[in-house]
Design a protein around this ligand. Structure first.
Ligand code: MN
Length: 141
């Protein structure tokens, strides 16, 4: 593997100013997997399985990206997304919807609610990371 100067600068930037990702997910195994994959890439993570807490965490920490499970116990991920999109403090934060339902209508619904992208479970790690990185670009690849 050849490390470019830009790669090194990126890695140093991640050490000093790590990108922070809010994981909104109520399934413990999925949380574990998402957290491990993201932290192995140098991202910092915050996590909750509760929609209202997700809104509070998003406003308090202003993460660089939010991963949003759609099926949550109280408020759905779609509702959480709509609320975040109504608030000036959070309307700009990229939101990637994550759902077990791979049907086209759910994809449409997620995008209509204000999600920027959509991935379905089971998650492919390579595809997942490239979706995340498309919103948090490295300086150069
Ligand atoms: Mn869920």
């Amino acid at each position: 593997m050849v490390l470019t100067l830009y790669q090194i600068v990126w890695d140093l930037t991640m050490i000093h100013y790590p990108k922070r990702i809010l994981i909104v997910e109520d399934n413990k195994a999925d949380v574990r997997m998402l957290k491990d994959v993201l932290e192995s890439q140098g991202y910092e993570t915050l996590q909750t399985g509760d929609g209202l807490e997700a809104i509070n965490l998003a406003l308090a920490h202003l993460p660089d990206l939010i991963l949003m499970d759609i099926q949550l116990p109280e408020l759905s991920g779609l509702e959480v997304t709509r609320r975040l999109r109504c608030d000036d403090r959070s309307r700009h934060i990229p939101i990637v919807a994550v759902t077990a339902f791979a049907m086209g209508c759910h994809r449409r619904e997620a995008l209509d609610s204000g999600c920027n992208a959509y991935i379905s479970k089971p998650i492919s790690i390579v595809g997942f990371l490239s979706t995340v990185e498309s919103f948090l670009p490295r300086l150069l690849r």
